[in-house]
Ligand binder design. Structure first.
Ligand code: MG
Length: 442
């Protein structure tokens, strides 16, 4: 039932009203009576939210409905109320998808709790509805958005932003970010130009905030002479930054820049994933920090951060965790942090230029039985490549001047090869060898 990012699938096919109601009921039985519930702007969101809330009250639990809100807003509400939080979202997936993600006290629930909930919801454990006299209540939790805006504004230098009054283009993709980020930016003192900031349930662009989907927004940044642009995915746990020339900073450079900024104020450990590029490592080390890498996925990053008392955690996809707020990625806070960087350090294009990035290559190979294939690939990789081997998530081998990572996708029937090298020719050779090897087992 649960994948790497909660429950996700086609709405009304995989993620049904029945499933949502059963999950709502199961959470009450496993984890407590009060549950906050939020959703992104998808057409099927309200339907699933209603079903989930019905499931909650049927077991005697109380549902606090936030309505449309970013994932970090819902997660933060679960932290403030010290209860479970449920987010109905499919993040960056197309509009026909939806999903359910569960939080506990400002952190994603662990695999054990997921398993228990999924067993109950799947009918393995018997569920009894409450007596009619003891069903729960549905209430509205309107303060959640205000709480989030206040939390974000409390963690950036609003004075510096107010003095500079930057012009900012914000593109929420008509997703959940539109109820928080434009307001947070305005309150911080920015001149805000909103693009795709309607919660219509229709998406004007692909929800993955990549170069192609953001071409209009990038043009807009140039056309209005903005100081920077920001784009969210569908549930605003990610923020992608565009410089004043209308160019994306690039996932790796953006993360490296965020690390540098945080380390320039405070030394400590930063957590990223096995996909983090050399640019990130070099930035962290140059600024006197320590980089710890872990398996891909925000829950893994959050756990490693707690273990190492890290000062920041970030994945190259644009999901950044600020532990002073909570242990869930927050795209709204990520956005405001880059506004602050601009206000204090100047043009983002110039800051971007200082970050050295190296040739990188990504290849996808279709594979139906990816787990089986990965077992063989792991063994073979260790023979094929000489270097430091790490197999916490797929297998990564580090060389003198680069690295290669081969891992199965968490959501699709594919195996991904990612490699980076200071030497372009070497990179080509390494990727070719890996490709041939993976194809042998795929
Ligand atoms: Mg997301």
């Amino acid at each position: 039932m649960f994948g790497t990012s909660g429950i996700r699938g086609l709405a009304n096919v995989d993620v049904t009203v029945e499933l949502a109601a059963r999950v709502g009921a199961a959470i009450v039985d496993e984890a407590g009576r009060t549950i906050v519930v939020g959703r992104d702007t998808r057409a099927t969101g309200e339907m699933l939210e209603s079903a989930l809330c019905a499931g909650i009250v049927s077991r005697g639990g109380n549902a606090l409905r936030i309505g449309v809100a970013p994932t970090p807003t819902t997660a933060l509400a679960s932290s403030k109320r010290a209860c479970r939080g449920v987010m109905i979202t499919a993040s960056h997936n197309p509009p026909e998808y939806n999903g359910i993600k569960i939080f506990a006290n400002g952190m994603e629930i662990d695999r054990d709790e997921e398993k228990k909930i999924s067993e109950r919801a799947g009918g393995k454990t018997k569920m009894n509805a409450a007596d009619w006299r003891s069903i729960g209540k549905i209430d509205y939790y309107e303060g959640a958005i205000r709480e989030h805006v206040d939390a974000v504004l409390g963690l950036v230098d609003v004075g510096a932003i107010e003095r500079k009054k930057p012009k900012v283009v914000i593109d929420c993709g008509n997703g959940a970010g539109c109820v928080v980020t434009p307001y947070a930016l305005r309150e911080a003192g920015c001149k805000v130009i909103g693009v795709n900031c309607e919660q219509s349930g229709e998406f004007a662009r692909g929800l993955e905030p990549n170069d192609e989907n953001l071409s209009e927004t990038r043009r807009m940044v140039r056309a209005v002479g903005a100081d920077l642009g920001i784009a969210h995915d569908g549930d605003a746990d990610r923020a992608i930054i565009i410089d004043e020339k209308g160019e994306l900073l690039g996932l790796d450079a953006q993360l490296a820049l965020a690390c540098e900024e945080i380390l320039s104020r405070k030394k400590g450990t930063i957590v990223s994933t096995l996909e983090a590029s050399l640019a990130v490592r070099e930035s962290v080390e140059r600024k006197g920090g320590k980089l710890v890498t872990t398996a891909v996925g925000s829950l893994n990053v959050a756990r490693e951060m707690k273990k190492n008392r890290a000062i920041f955690g970030g994945e190259p996809c644009g999901e950044y965790i600020f532990p002073e707020e909570m242990f869930v990625p927050d795209g709204v806070l990520g956005a405001l942090k880059f506004v602050e960087i601009f206000c204090k350090k100047g043009k983002l294009s110039a800051l971007r230029e200082r970050i050295k990035t190296y040739p990188m290559k990504r290849v996808k190979i279709r594979c139906a039985r990816k787990e089986e294939a990965m077992e063989k690939i792991k063994k073979e990789m260790k023979n094929e490549f000489r270097g430091r081997v790490n197999d916490v998530d797929g297998v990564r081998v580090d060389f003198e001047d680069g690295w290669i990572l081969v891992r199965a996708s968490g959501t699709e029937p594919i195996i991904r090869i990612t490699s980076e090298n200071k030497n372009e020719k070497k990179l080509e050779g390494i990727v070719k060898r890996a490709e041939m090897m993976v194809k042998k087992f795929a």
